[in-house]
Design a protein around this ligand. Structure first.
Ligand SMILES: NC(=O)c1ccc[n+]([C@@H]2O[C@H](COP(=O)([O-])OP(=O)(O)OC[C@H]3O[C@@H](n4cnc5c(N)ncnc54)[C@H](O)[C@@H]3O)[C@@H](O)[C@H]2O)c1
Length: 280
């Protein structure tokens, strides 16, 4: 069954196919143990959709875990150990990627670090490192991989932001400021390169179980509820909606959609994945 669209094309009655065959995706922070970490889950779902996946992680063992799982299931992946805040490391990631798979079609800037230290407890060193990992790194990777995407006239950049980039709140100021900045970078890339086939979007997770201890106060509990009850007043209302942590496999399908051609009209948008936390 087909129906006419306003542009005169047709829409088929169809089951959507999220196929990334023949495409190469770089996922930073893609390492992790099974069932842990959104970056790992994103890497796996991309590989299952047919993409060649480059798992970039500062922890080589974590990256190898993801790559081994992908290969065990017949997927294509390589790991590159790198600090995303280092331009030399990012150049090396590009060289290794190019040797293995050629140019990049999808870039996911997933790495992020944060804490809940107040402004008065935030050192200059932590501020600088937080900006470098959360904000400079996506600039470095975008600068590295955009030229190849522009040559193809097509490419997708997906930045992992945070609900702290949307709402503020009382998490650490270095983290909150960096994630606000990353939303600005996302929109700037979308605005500057959208007319040349590039889409740049963000996901804003909230309350999702991750790999790092800073995001896991205790299994099954959402950071900030018990230890620091005033951290996010909205969290109390959010827990009324959904009183549990999200899991990485509740995030990765959205990233697959955003990376796919089915998201071709979505550019510069930030998608909250937070069970309604930012809605209350
Ligand atoms: N979990 C949540 O609820 C939540 C909420 C908001 C935002 N986020 C964002 O999600 C991302 C983290 O997601 P996660 O919980 O799946 O990740 P994670 O904390 O499990 O870490 C992912 C990987 O990043 C790697 N990594 C850390 N620093 C790195 C660096 N400098 N270079 C390369 N790799 C590095 C780690 O080794 C780890 O394997 C961050 O961007 C974070 O800000 C998470």
């Amino acid at each position: 069954m087909t129906t006419s669209t306003m542009e005169g094309g047709t829409t088929a009655f169809r089951k959507l196919d999220f196929d990334l065959s023949g495409r190469t995706a770089v996922v930073t922070g893609g390492g992790g143990a099974p069932g842990r970490g959104m970056g790992r889950e994103i890497s796996q779902i991309f590989a299952a959709a047919g993409a060649n996946v480059v798992v970039v992680d500062i922890n080589p063992e974590a990256a190898a875990l993801t790559v081994n799982t992908i290969r065990d299931h017949g997927g294509e992946a390589i790991s590159v150990s790198a600090d995303v805040a280092s331009s030399e490391d990012i150049e090396r990631v590009a060289a290794v990627t190019n040797d293995a798979f050629g140019s990049v079609d999808v870039l996911v800037n997933h790495v992020g670090i944060g804490n809940n230290a107040s402004l008065l407890d935030t050192s200059e060193e932590w501020w600088d490192r937080c900006q470098a990992v959360n904000l400079k790194a996506p600039f470095l990777t975008a600068r590295q991989f955009l030229p190849g995407m522009l040559m193809k006239g097509k490419g997708v950049i997906i930045n992992t932001v945070s609900i702290c980039g949307l709402t503020g709140g009382r998490a650490g100021p270095a983290y909150t400021a960096a994630k606000h900045g990353l939303i600005g970078l996302t929109k700037n890339i979308a605005a500057c390169y959208g007319d040349r086939g590039i889409r740049c979007v963000g996901i804003a997770p909230g309350g999702v179980r991750g790999e790092g201890p800073e995001w896991n106060s205790a299994e099954g509990r959402v950071m900030g509820t018990d230890e620091q009850p005033n951290l996010w007043p909205s969290l109390r209302r959010a827990l009324d909606l959904n009183p549990r942590r999200g899991t990485p496999d509740e995030v990765a399908p959205a990233v697959l959609f955003l990376a796919s051609d089915h998201a071709s009209f979505i550019n510069g948008a930030i998608l909250p994945i937070d069970a309604g936390w930012t809605a209350v």
